[in-house]
Write a protein that binds this ligand. Structure first.
Ligand SMILES: [Zn+2]
Length: 240
């Protein structure tokens, strides 16, 4: 009888060991998923065309500019907590997000802010809409990334391209997509892709029509323009 109890005990202990192993395994699987999520990278925060990159204006431009349509969605590049959401003279309507990967991202010149400080958000959540508030010459998103914390002198700023993928002025980016972008010239070959163009000083609708595969009338139709008036930094769709 004693033998039987001993065997039963041994069996119970072994079962416990096996279940502990199993649980341990599940835990490492969970933490692996967590780290994979961060490595998989950030997604672009808006649809548009890159109109300026990091380090320009004699090194003072500590972010990347994405020119797009007024009130188009601005989304979070990674999950995190809203650190600040307010109106600043320079940034205009601006949102700061603190991420678990220890980066802080900044979304500036928004037309509307849709989140409040302290709010938890997931990657891809809509946080605001594109605008031209604060010191901004046209409708665009000014996006910054900082390690650990944002400071007034922006000494922790890093080039967003390191996290979002390589790009260049004139490249089209898609909100919610990861990785590098196609240049405007390369992307004109992609069937069905709506290629966008940033209006430069001196451009007219007919000069843009010559560069694109649309006529002036089609350009006006596609971009819902009521007059021939276009302004620098305005973003136009130039392919159907
Ligand atoms: Zn900028």
């Amino acid at each position: 009888m004693r033998d039987y109890i001993r065997r039963l005990l041994i069996a119970a202990i072994m079962a416990l060991c096996v279940s502990l192993l199993f649980l341990g395994g599940k835990q490492t699987e969970a933490s692996m998923q967590e780290s994979r999520e961060i490595k998989e990278g950030w997604i672009w925060p808006a649809d548009g065309v890159i109109s300026d990159t990091y380090g320009t204006r004699h090194g003072t431009h500590k972010g990347i500019d994405i020119a797009g349509r007024l009130n188009s969605p601005i989304i979070a590049v990674e999950k995190g907590v809203v650190d600040k959401s307010y109106y600043s003279q320079t940034y205009g309507n601006v949102i700061f997000i603190k991420h678990p990967s220890n980066y802080v991202t900044v979304y500036a010149h928004l037309n509307n802010r849709l989140v409040q400080a302290g709010q938890e958000i997931n990657q891809g959540d809509r946080i605001g809409t594109m605008g031209r508030t604060g010191e901004s010459t046209g409708v665009h998103l000014h996006f910054e990334s900082h390690q650990i914390a944002w400071t007034f002198d922006k000494k922790n700023a890093i080039d967003p391209e390191m996290l979002l993928g390589y790009t260049e002025v004139g490249s089209t980016v898609m909100g919610g997509k990861t990785g590098s972008t196609e240049s405007l010239a390369a992307s004109t070959n992609i069937k069905g892709d709506k290629v966008r163009y940033i209006v430069q000083a001196g451009d007219t609708l007919s000069s843009i029509a010559k560069k694109s595969n649309l006529s002036v009338i089609q350009l006006k139709e596609v971009n819902q323009l009521k007059t021939d008036l276009i302004i620098p930094e305005q973003v136009l769709v130039i392919q159907q």
